[in-house]
Design a protein around this ligand. Sequence first.
Ligand code: CDP
Ligand code: CDP
Length: 223
Amino acid sequence: TARKLIIAIDGPAAAGKGTLARRLAQALDLPYLDTGLLYRAVGRRMLDAGLDPENHPADDQARRITLADLERDDLRVPEIDRAASLVAAQQKVRAILVDTQRDFALAGGGVLDGRDIGTVIFPDAPVKLFITASPAARARRRWEQLAADPAAPDREAQIARVAAELQARDTADAGRAVAPLRAAEDAVHIDTDHMTAGEVLAEALRIVRERTGCPGSDCPGSD
Ligand code: CDP
Ligand code: CDP
């Protein structure tokens, strides 16, 4: 198995980063960290404390985050999408969470997905993937993920609202001064619009093998 291998996965909201990262980690027997959950957990703590993440420093809350916070089941809700993006624009918050992310993967490697993994957290990662899909595909996928009713009469209006939320967040994430969402120069781009999650995994595994020899006897640290 691939020990110490680090795979960085970045891209805009609902592009399929998490789905790919989880499957890739399983296929390569590596730990998986959804780094968005760190920012979501900070946003959650801000709202729980009654603090508006738009105008209040969130570094005190960020210092209290442990991996156990990521187990909370109230992180993937719409109010937290926005709160996470707002605290993620604060430089101090990002600085506090850097070590958590690096420490996670330094012992046994890992697959990490987020916005700045290939640019800031692990700029030397041997494999960087930048996952994209059109705004329409991403909105439809996120809407389906929210267990929406496919027979709802206002289905198209619901999808349009999701599209607007994704776009607002991507604009904020790509436009912020600190660690903006962007592809690392050496990232391999995968446009997943017309691909199933299984096809994306197969393509990613092909890229990993090409770059590292993993899984296989050429893989660094293979036993
Ligand atoms: O799943 P989705 O793509 O909707 O969001 P997420 O990955 O859980 O990230 C939530 C928010 O956290 C993003 O909109 C970013 O503002 C922020 N984030 C970040 O700034 N850096 C990361 N490495 C991961 C997430
Ligand atoms: O982590 P991120 O926000 O980038 O996206 P995700 O939560 O992994 O994926 C959003 C939805 O798109 C999930 O329900 C996936 O099953 C679906 N999907 C995908 O990830 N990849 C495809 N090629 C097609 C659909």
